[in-house]
Design a protein around this ligand. Structure first.
Ligand code: GLN
Length: 446
């Protein structure tokens, strides 16, 4: 009830939630009380969570930030939603996001921008901007998000919280509306690494309904949290500490590095020579996959349908023309072009080759170090509207995060310090399946 009251008070200004579910929340809370009284509590019993509106929720709208799905109610729960619910979590509602998770500022949402709780004239980051703002403003205890190119980590950095993008395949994508299926991954946005570990204990693990979900034994992500950092080898990528990064952000990271050294870590420079190709490769691969995934939104099967179509083609054209926003259309056009006969080899195939080189850069670096540390974003949260006119400027927002998705690796953003009254995050990246180690280092740092 306390969270519901706070949402009623603060959400009109922040716009972090697009749907709230007060009755469901109170009934789940009552069930959690009963579960606790019966001695059957799990760490998640009664914990108020918010779900990014990309996760299907039975009987509750799932709009994915789009007019296309503004009236869509799923007949089933996403795996992540189902698992948290079974663990006793209480769902407070669904959080705002960039349309179909395409964006870095939450400004492409059909439901309007989210305002950053630290400064309401600024963006919360995207695309999981509603989840990040909700956690930062105490409108939930913890939230789910998804990260295709940075959408958990960058909003976590802008809102001063912790965001973990797990290894590709760690968490089931079943019931999560697809953007770019080979990159999409769900994860927690939380107040601390410890909370993120607790959520991972619930949401991670094999799921036969997602064929890319890894079939590996469950892990206790909290088990290593208190392990000392003695002997930890941290790599600092030369490319991440170059001219593009402001000296103020560099200073904050240097202080963080000193703290980690005082905890027993050693640092050395590593190279990620193909990092500069990550954004261009991503903006071929992600739109290509999106153009295929979003073909299902045709006015017949899901969501929005135009008024009085005169024939089938008219229905497709107008439903998609009216249902999708500009950024989504841009991606569908780029993706369709890149996949079309005659251009496939020149764009899609080249991008896939670059993807492999990027993965190999990480493999090489991880021969020498246990994890890589750098900035999550080049700067703190920017002003609403500041980067809207030029899509390419917006795309460069993810220069430090996108390579991690292309390589399928886990990455965490955690608060590193404050700059001009705004939080700034640092990113730790590890080899595949090293989430426990990342959470351990983040927890020791926090
Ligand atoms: N900002 C990137 C994009 O617009 C990443 C989004 C995401 O991770 N979902 O595609």
């Amino acid at each position: 009830q306390a969270y519901l009251d706070r949402i009623a008070q603060l959400n009109p200004a922040l716009n972090a939630y697009v749907t709230t579910t007060p009755e469901l929340a109170l009934s789940q809370a009552a069930a959690a009380d009963a579960q606790r009284a019966a001695g059957n509590a799990t760490p998640f019993t009664g914990i108020p969570v918010a779900h990014k509106d990309i996760f299907c929720t039975r009987d509750v709208l799932t709009a994915c930030g789009s007019r296309m799905l503004a009236n869509f109610t799923s007949p089933y729960d996403a795996c992540v939603v189902e698992r948290l619910q079974s663990a006793g979590a209480v769902m407070l509602g669904k959080t705002n996001m960039d349309e179909f998770a395409m964006g870095s500022s939450n400004e492409t949402s059909y439901f309007g921008a989210v305002h950053n709780p630290w400064d309401q004239d600024r963006v919360p980051g995207g695309s999981s901007g509603g989840s990040a703002a909700a956690v930062a403003a105490d409108l939930c205890a913890i939230a789910t998000g998804t990260d295709t190119g940075g959408s958990i980590r960058q909003p976590a950095s802008f809102c001063g919280i912790t965001g973990l993008k797990p290894t590709y395949g760690r968490v089931s994508r079943w019931g999560m509306i697809a953007f770019a299926s080979s990159l999409d991954q769900a994860g927690p946005l939380s107040k601390s690494a410890e909370d993120a570990a607790l959520m991972m204990n619930v949401i991670a693990g094999a799921d036969a309904r997602d064929s890319t979900c890894l079939d590996i034994p469950a892990e206790d992500f909290s088990a290593q949290l208190n392990q000392p950092l003695t002997g930890l080898r941290i790599g600092l990528p030369r490319e991440h500490f170059s001219d593009g990064l402001s000296s103020q952000v560099q200073e904050i990271l240097q202080l963080a590095i000193k703290t980690l050294e005082s905890l027993g870590a050693t640092v050395k420079t590593v190279e990620l020579p193909n990092n500069h190709l990550s954004v261009p490769a991503y903006y071929v691969i992600a739109p290509a996959e999106a153009s295929a995934n979003l073909s299902r939104f045709d006015g017949a099967r899901f969501g929005y349908r135009c008024e009085n179509p005169v024939n089938l083609e008219d229905m497709y054209k107008r439903s998609r023309g009216e249902g999708f926003g500009d950024e989504v259309k841009r991606r569908i056009m780029v993706g369709t072009y890149a996949l079309s006969a005659g251009y496939y080899d020149a764009y899609y195939k080249q991008a896939q080759k670059i993807r492999r080189l990027i993965k190999q850069d990480f493999d090489t670096a991880f021969k020498d170090v246990d994890l890589i540390l750098g900035p999550t974003s080049p700067h703190t949260a920017f002003k609403l509207g500041e980067k809207n006119s030029d899509p390419v400027t917006m795309y460069l927002e993810d220069i430090y995060t996108i390579a991690v998705n292309l390589a399928g690796l886990p990455g965490i953003s955690l608060p590193a310090g404050m700059l001009g009254g705004l939080p700034i995050g640092m990113q730790l990246v590890g080899p595949a399946l090293s989430e426990s180690r990342l959470l351990n280092v983040a927890h020791q740092f926090q």
